[in-house]
Design a protein around this ligand. Structure first.
Ligand SMILES: [Zn+2]
Length: 910
């Protein structure tokens, strides 16, 4: 979570004070010197046969300039597994790049021998499926399950080094007090890393560069195959394999504590700990939030006791509003899940801080209530970060031992309170009809909830609720169940609180998205039951369940491994009618899987303007039928009908300064089996893009990132720079020759500025106190007669995130694809300040440029793989080239730009 105060951080990191050669001679401070809270310290006898990390790795974790790779780490854990009866190493799955992923279970021999019984108890407590008496008895007799990991942001390197050391420290003292006592009460689930692929990517990069001029250079690729840092934003959506392995493992063991290490403490603090900043996700159960706060304070106290200064809490950065954090979402399942942020320099390189590095407001070392022992500068090494993490992890284990009963009881009692709450207040249930604009969107939504452990039912017959009749097969989520708060948090509308930096001042920036309402993002009709479910309605409910039908790591069947998720199936796909072509309605998002397959196999795609659908040709009848069934797509065979040819050759630009939006775009295209080519800076200077591609997509990034990339000298030369002046010329020539440039969200500014389009982003220069929105869902009016909006509803929901808002200037030629309503605020979920700056303006444009065009999308159609309701806009856009784009389709008079002095005049007059 390194976004916080990035500017200060970057400025601070620019200067390396000590020459590299000199730094090499500095000795490491005693890495093992921190006395840990469990009383671990020098003097105790080594347990027989537990190999030290140094004896296996050749260095002590935390040593300057040294990092253990994932393979090396696992190698070490395997040695521990062989040497100690207190550790069991288990395989939990595979990563996106195919690495085997391990989890170490550490406890007393007795607990490890009775794991299945303890797991059963954890399950019963988590689901709150037992009486209070039974729960109390189980809480008395069951060890507490604590899940600690080496973190998931691989560039925050200390986490995955500390796990090696934590395992060693616990095992070598396993038979001595107080570790023995802790292991009697606690089962520790220790993940060497939550991002094995990333650990190797980062360690290899650092090893390549250490000792040279690029020792501290940032990475040129994402440290997760598709999404990099967003691997901690996929908590509820479960789009990438890693998120699903974690969710599956956590549902299997149902731990009471989940602790994830990060490394971006706000400078100069040394570790940031809970309580979180405001606001928190409003459905967070109170008991569990209190538990997290208490744990954060316990860690701080232990650090203080060890003479380790600089712990801080709360503040204005790390809020917990967005529930998609892998390490916060479990709170909604009544787990004390949290993260901490230890200070980081760069990789394993040490750094000496002087007072000049400190922000002015921290130079007086004034003790503050929640930062009572200010850090005063000096050396900060990887070993320091590892030691802070070790003490923090040990403090959590110590807390768990001391509060074992309360942790188990609270998990049960919090779930019980949720069940009782929704028996007496709304929403009593969520009802999801099968009849949907895009039936598979409902399936995608519900499978995710099921995977998270939500119980789902369907109507076995027609039944009535609140005066409305629902057909057999209608899905129902009754809210008197343990994980109901998770359901509500994802399905309801978010109203982000209006928090200001000071009264009347600019809004406090949400740390992440402000609104995410999944039925809006995915365009699924979900009915909230405002009155209790009738007896007859309840009697008609049968649980959804089926035999799991997937391989654990098959990305093509991500959720079907779960028996409830496997029971959620959409209408069967297939073809009807006759004729040589297959007509696909773009309202079905899965239709683009069929189109993608056809294009990949050399088929052709035309657009049928009368029906607003795509016509696939060149694919055998039997094959088309098989594909439609496999993909769950309903399509019609059709006779020969003239229609303009759609584009087939798509390129996605990949900057060397890693772009998560590029990764998500790639992820979506891979998920849908849609063919594309990745292009990088090297593809521009040669020119001739028009002979290779019909459409080029730019990910949502700033003008600076796209144009300039990494500055000269900051990375090895092959990764320097961005599209650059030569690239702009090549892109301009590409469009002028008839190509389509698709600009996702922020990249619209790049095209407007660099290609000189007669378009203006009206919110670009507004101050935060005039206009502010971050990650929210807005309503737009779409021109559904335009091929880029084909299949969209006329009133569509889009995800707005630091997005441009358009008006046009003299010389504009083209069309608006979507516009903001004039008569009201477009906000549906989240936060928006200054809606008058949007009203009546365009949300998406087609701008004619030479013989080609630029598509400017002022929203994020594939944001983190969530808004399935707008995936089709991106697919439509990449089909919109050549003949189809030349056909001039769309509604005339759909939009007129607001006149200057009109809407904007009001603002100036205030
Ligand atoms: Zn992080």
């Amino acid at each position: 979570m390194e976004k916080l105060r990035r500017v200060t951080l970057l400025r601070r990191l620019e200067v390396m004070r000590v020459p590299a050669a000199m730094r090499k001679r500095l000795t490491t401070k005693g890495i093992g010197s921190a006395l840990l809270c469990l009383g671990i310290g020098p003097g105790a006898a080594l347990a027989q046969g537990i190999p030290s990390p140094e004896s296996v790795l050749g260095f002590e974790p935390g040593a300057d300039y040294r990092l253990a790779s994932y393979e090396e780490s696992v190698d070490y854990f395997k040695r521990l597994d062989a040497a100690s009866e207190n550790l069991r190493l288990v395989e939990v799955g595979r990563t996106s790049e195919g690495r085997t992923w391990y989890l170490a279970i550490i406890s007393s021999v007795a607990n490890l021998g009775a794991l299945e019984r303890h797991r059963d108890a954890a399950q019963r407590l988590a689901r709150a499926s037992i009486s209070e008496g039974e729960a109390r008895a189980l809480a008395r007799s069951t060890p507490v399950f604590v899940d600690i990991s080496g973190g998931l942001h691989a560039s925050e390197v200390a986490g995955a080094q500390h796990t090696i050391k934590l395992a060693y420290e616990l095992l070598r003292r396993a038979s001595e007090e107080p570790v023995r006592r802790m292991l009697d009460s606690v089962v520790l689930f220790l993940w060497p890393s939550l991002n094995p692929d990333g650990q190797d990517i980062v360690v290899n990069w650092y090893r390549e560069n250490v000792g040279g001029p690029y020792e501290a250079a940032p990475l040129y690729e994402l440290y997760q195959k598709y999404i990099g840092h967003d691997n901690n934003r996929d908590g509820y959506m479960l789009n990438v394999i890693e998120s699903r392995v974690l969710a599956r493992t956590w549902r299997y063991w149902e731990p009471q504590i989940i602790y994830v290490h990060h490394q971006s403490s706000p400078f100069p603090t040394r570790i940031w700990l809970p309580p979180f900043a405001e606001p928190i996700a409003p459905r967070s159960p109170a008991r569990i939030v209190r538990e997290i706060n208490a744990i954060g304070m316990h860690i701080a106290q232990e650090l203080e006791t060890r003479g380790m200064p600089g712990a801080t809490h709360a503040g204005s950065g790390f809020d917990a509003w967005y529930p998609g954090y892998v390490d916060y979402l479990p709170v909604l399942q009544h787990i004390a899940a949290f993260w901490t942020e230890t200070a980081l320099y760069r990789y394993a390189t040490p750094y000496f801080y002087t007072l000049e590095d400190f922000p002015q407001s921290y130079r007086d070392f004034r003790p503050q209530n929640l930062y009572v022992s200010p850090w005063k500068g000096g050396w900060w090494r990887l070993a320091d970060a590892v030691n802070y993490m070790l003490v923090a992890s040990e403090a959590v284990l110590d807390y768990a031992r001391k509060n074992r009963y309360a942790l188990l009881w609270n998990r049960y009692r919090s779930a019980r309170e949720t069940i009782e709450r929704y028996r007496s207040e709304p929403p009593y249930a969520y009802i999801v009809p099968r009849e949907q604009r895009d039936p598979m969107a409902a399936v995608e939504l519900l499978r995710r909830l099921a995977f998270h452990g939500v119980d789902l039912y369907e109507l076995s017959r027609t039944a009535e609720h609140d005066g409305e009749r629902y057909a057999a097969g209608t899905w129902v989520i009754p809210m008197d169940q343990a994980f109901a708060e998770l359901v509500r948090q994802l399905l309801e509308v978010q109203v982000y609180p209006d928090l200001r930096e000071f009264p009347g001042g600019p809004p406090e920036q949400p740390y992440d998205a402000a609104g995410w309402t999944l039925p809006y993002q995915m365009d699924v009709r979900v009915v909230e039951a405002r009155v209790p479910l009738e007896e007859d309605f309840r009697a008609a409910l049968v649980p959804v369940r089926a035999d799991p039908r997937a391989e654990p790591n098959d990305p093509a069947t991500p959720f079907e491994l779960h028996p409830v998720a496997a029971g959620i199936v959409g209408p069967p796909g297939g073809l009807s009618g006759s004729g040589p072509l297959v007509s696909v309605d773009p309202r079905q998002t899965y239709g683009f899987k069929l189109i993608g397959r056809a294009l990949a196999r050399g088929g052709s795609v035309r657009f049928d303007p009368q029906r607003g659908s795509y016509l696939i040709g060149g694919i055998g009848a039997a094959e088309a039928e098989r594909w439609a069934r496999e993909l769950g797509v309903r399509a019609e065979r059709s006779g020969i009908r003239p229609g303009p040819q759609a584009a087939a050759r798509v390129a996605i630009y990949k900057p060397w300064r890693p772009s998560m939006d590029e990764g998500w775009t790639r992820w979506l295209f891979d998920q849908y089996g849609y063919p594309y080519t990745t292009i990088t800076n090297a593809d521009f200077p040669a020119g001739g893009l028009e002979s290779r591609f019909d459409v080029i997509v730019l990910p949502s990034e700033s003008v600076d990132l796209l144009l300039n990339g990494y500055a000269k000298g900051s990375v090895p030369p092959r990764y320097e720079g961005g599209i650059g002046a030569a690239g702009v010329r090549a892109l301009d020539a590409f469009v002028r020759a008839g190509g389509t440039l698709v600009c996702l969200n922020r990249s619209s500014d790049f095209a407007i500025e660099q290609l000189g389009l007669p378009v203006r982003n009206v919110v670009r220069d507004l101050s935060r106190s005039e206009f502010f929105s971050r990650g929210s869902i807005f309503e737009v009016v779409a021109d559904t007669a335009h091929p880029v909006m084909a299949g969209m509803p006329a009133r569509a929901k889009v995800f707005f995130d630091q997005s441009p808002v358009f008006t046009v200037e003299d010389g504009f030629e083209g069309r608006a694809l979507a516009k903001y309503p004039e008569e009201r605020s477009p906000l549906l979920s989240g936060y928006l300040l200054g809606d008058r700056h949007l009203r009546g303006y365009a949300a998406a444009l087609e701008v004619v440029h030479g013989r080609g065009r630029v598509i400017l999308l002022g929203f994020r159609p594939q944001w983190r793989g969530q808004p399935m309701g707008t995936f089709r806009v991106l697919f439509n856009a990449v089909l919109y080239g050549g003949e189809l784009a030349g056909a001039g389709l769309g509604s005339d008079g759909f939009w007129t730009a607001p006149r200057k002095g009109g809407v904007e005049g009001e603002v100036q007059g205030r």
